[in-house]
Design a protein around this ligand. Structure first.
Ligand SMILES: *Cc1c(COP(=O)(O)O)cnc(C)c1O
Length: 791
């Protein structure tokens, strides 16, 4: 129970102390800060106790360049079990908790799925009392803010810290120095508590901020050389200034490399320092107390960095250092897109990180020797060695220097083993594992869909499902209970009404809450095939123009997602969808039946409003391209069927919920493999008049791209290919008809309201497997070898 009076007094005290205000005069952000700080005060003792308890045994460290945390207030209140009480207390003081929650900017320190996965994992580790700490970068600017101008994406800086960050504590006493080839900087940690659900344990996310050794040069300043006096400071601060905004293409930039090394070196130094305090300098026990997980290749420089510190600073010999290193690291692979496998030009490494480069060369040398002794051919060695053709292959370094490598969905792991990393699987079969991704049911149901959450709790007679999601399977028996199913439909309607209101407020667009909400929200990428969705909308539009009486259920197509600033084709697809929206929404005939909305600046908080309101979840990537996907799981958990391909974790979703309750279409991995080399998109284009008609809108003057030539470029990318990409590389034309057919089935199925609701229900109750609690317990047992420790 909360001490209500004390809670309120605390808020008033902090308002007075920090802002010189009272509850009556304070701004919303000030009240928000005061509430957050009150909670921080409440948890700090448990936080310290948790740290103390964890330090006694083995701990895991999740190294990630991205943590897409979203907002903290609502989530922390839910997890502390005091959301309602605090809501009441605030109400008595005239403060609306919803408005307070909306005050906080998203902590958007990530691009998309990979960063959000890291955030879900932290929540699960906290909830399951697992000794796991997140390590990353405290970017002062997270993922850019997206606006549209004339239908084009425009990016703006994300100044998420402008009102301060009451959830973090600066720990100056733990700062360390990081050295590059040409300069040194200070790394200062900021710790954020990770509050698990229903436990006293408090875990930690430690993010490093980069600062100069010297704040400014007094002598230069005195000589009135003001810019030069702070040059060093700016150069240092640049390192943690902004999240690398591109998540798809290889980009060899010094700043990015420095970011990676910066947080990795600071983190390893932090661990070494604590280890030495406890165990002295016998590093043999290091792997017994540390498991470090590398979230994709961005932190892989941790492998040579640990080697460097052990050898140069601690006097460990190469052989022992390598043994320790291999036993410490695990590596998670997130992509099979060849262009996303990270490589670095070796000269860049040599210049920025000369000693690290020497160590990588040495690792490479020993590895070549090892392969040679195993009788590997010259060609194969060249293919597998870590440095070749002047580049350092980060994924190869990761696999070679880790005890395990894991894919993120069963299909993905199978493709890694049998195709992309076949050579490595043959070399190290025991290193390979699968860990199908998951999402936290706290944020993605308990917080974002309280209505459904209470309903589930009421039916089960307890809220234990929130930390044991498999329990919702017990609700299977209600699938044919008309009463229950109708209530379930009512809840979906409430969430749709809420979303419609929010979209009206924030986008200024009116949508019909009785229409089908068909939603595709995710980063824009060709392989995710938002363009295929766009083609279906156009096809429906043309059908309506030909036959205005066409009997289809009104649909609202909702898109959300950002394109990497330099990814011109993805930006062209965004512009194209905005043009379609303009055409369709202004057509007096069509607008009764279809509407298109592209919401701006999709992120975690927008997602919390979109996922619960969806009728159909678009997961239509080219088979074999989406490693797992987690957006698909958020929809499922909120009772939304999937229209999708047999790709990533869609395969497992359908396995759990039944193909009959979802809408699977299109070429599967085996077929894509078979047709790949002889694929001729022109054949489909010539043979399918409806396809030709929608594709031609890119060049026949239906839409304008303001003379940028983007639409013609998109058209060419589909029909002719370019010097760097094959024609229709992602097989949109192959899947077009199948997709249209699947969409017709959606329309038919939706007409039967109870039948539809049953599909939704079965999807929801089958989502137990996709809790990140399950995923993280698998990591703990099969990769990290750590145990829960409850304080
Ligand atoms: C879940 C999530 C993603 C991942 O979506 P996918 O559909 O799996 O690509 C990306 N961004 C945000 C904000 C998310 O919450």
């Amino acid at each position: 129970m909360l001490d209500r009076k004390g809670f309120k007094n605390n808020i008033e005290r902090i308002l007075k102390m920090d802002f010189g205000k009272t509850l009556d005069t304070a701004e919303y952000y000030q009240k928000y800060n005061a509430v957050a700080k009150t909670l921080m005060e409440k948890i700090v003792n448990n936080w310290n106790r948790t740290e103390e308890e964890y330090s006694k045994g083995k701990q895991a460290y999740y190294f990630s360049a991205e943590f897409l945390m979203g907002r903290a207030l609502g989530n922390n209140l839910i997890n502390l079990g005091i959301y309602h009480e605090v809501k009441e207390i605030l109400k008595e003081s005239g403060v609306d908790i919803n408005e307070l929650e909306e005050t906080q900017e998203d902590a958007g320190l990530g691009n998309g799925g990979l960063g959000r996965l890291a955030a879900c994992f932290l929540d699960s580790c906290g909830t399951k009392n697992l000794p796991v700490t997140g390590y990353g970068i405290r970017y002062s600017h997270g993922i850019f803010k997206q606006k549209f101008e004339n239908g084009f994406q425009v990016e703006e800086g994300d100044n998420w810290l402008k009102y301060g960050d009451p959830w973090s504590i600066r720990k100056s006493e733990d700062e360390v120095i990081v050295e590059f080839g040409d300069n040194k900087v200070r790394a200062v940690p900021y710790d954020t508590p990770i509050i698990g659900y229903g436990t006293n344990n408090i875990n930690k996310l430690r993010l490093w901020k980069c600062e100069p050794i010297k704040d400014f040069d007094f002598n230069l300043f005195n000589l009135q050389k003001y810019d030069e006096a702070v040059k060093e400071k700016n150069r240092a601060e640049d390192i943690s200034r902004v999240l690398y905004p591109n998540d798809s293409k290889k980009e060899g930039k010094v700043l990015r490399l420095k970011q990676q090394y910066f947080f990795v070196s600071a983190s390893i130094q932090d661990l070494i320092k604590k280890y030495k305090n406890r165990f002295g300098r016998d590093f043999k026990l290091f792997p017994k107390y540390h498991a470090i997980q590398l979230n994709d290749t961005h932190p892989v420089v941790a492998i040579p960095e640990l080697m460097r510190i052990l050898i140069d600073n601690e006097g460990v010999n190469w052989k022992n250092a390598w043994e320790i290193t291999k036993k410490t690291f695990g590596y998670t692979n997130h992509t099979i897109l060849a262009e996303a496998l990270e490589q670095w030009c070796k000269d860049l490494y040599k210049e920025c990180l000369p000693r690290i480069y020497e160590i990588i060369e040495e690792i490479d040398k020993y590895f070549v020797k090892e392969l040679d002794e195993k009788g590997y051919s010259h060609d194969k060695i060249k293919k597998m060695r870590i440095i070749s053709d002047g580049n350092i292959k980060m994924a190869w370094l990761a696999i070679h220097g880790s005890h395990t490598i894991n894919g993120v969905a069963r299909l993905h792991t199978d493709i890694l083993k049998n195709q992309e990393l076949k050579d490595w699987y043959e070399l190290y079969p025991n290193k390979f594992q699968n860990k199908t991704n998951g999402i936290t049911p706290r944020r993605w149901l308990a917080l974002c869909n309280k209505e459904l959450s209470y309903f589930i709790t009421e039916l089960l007679g307890s809220n234990k499902w929130i930390t044991n999601l498999e329990m919702i399977k017990q609700l299977e028996e209600y699938a044919d209970d008309e009463n229950i199913i109708k209530k379930f439909l009512d809840i979906k309607q409430i969430k749709k009404n809420q979303l419609a209101r929010y979209i009206k407020e924030s986008e200024g667009i009116e949508i019909d809450p009785n229409s089908i909400f068909d939603i595709q929200i995710k980063r824009f990428h060709e392989y995710k095939r938002q363009l295929l969705n766009a083609f279906h909308i156009l096809d429906s539009y043309f059908s309506l123009k030909e036959n205005p009486n066409l009997n289809i259920i009104p649909r609202t197509f909702i898109f959300g997602g950002k394109a990497a600033p330099g990814y011109i084709r993805a930006k062209a697809i965004i512009k194209f969808i905005n043009e379609i929206a303009k055409l369709v929404n202004n057509d007096s005939q069509a607008k009764e039946k279809i509407k298109v909305v592209f919401v701006r600046n999709y992120g975690v908080s927008y997602g919390e409003k979109l996922f619960p309101a969806a009728d159909i979840s678009e997961q239509i990537s080219t088979a074999g391209k989406e490693a797992s996907g987690t957006g698909n799981m958020k929809f499922m958990l909120n009772g939304t069927p999937t229209i999708g391909t047999f790709d990533g974790s869609n395969v497992e979703i359908v396995e759990e919920a039944g193909e009959e309750n979802n809408f699977i279409f299109g070429a599967r991995v085996e077929e894509i493999k078979k047709i790949k080399d002889s694929y001729n998109p022109k054949e489909y284009y010539e043979k399918i008049p409806r396809l030709k008609k929608v594709v031609d809108t890119l060049i026949d003057g239906t839409f304008k791209d303001e003379g940028t030539g983007m639409f013609k470029e998109l058209y060419d990318s589909l029909l002719n290919g370019t010097s760097w990409s094959k024609a229709d590389e992602y097989f949109l034309f192959r899947d077009f008809n199948d997709y249209i057919e699947a969409q017709k089935k959606v329309d038919e199925a939706y007409k039967d309201r109870l039948g539809w609701a049953k599909k939704c229900w079965i999807n929801m109750i089958s989502a137990g497997k996709f809790s990140s609690d399950r995923t993280i317990l698998e990591y703990s047992r099969e990769i990290w070898n750590i145990k829960a420790k409850k304080i």
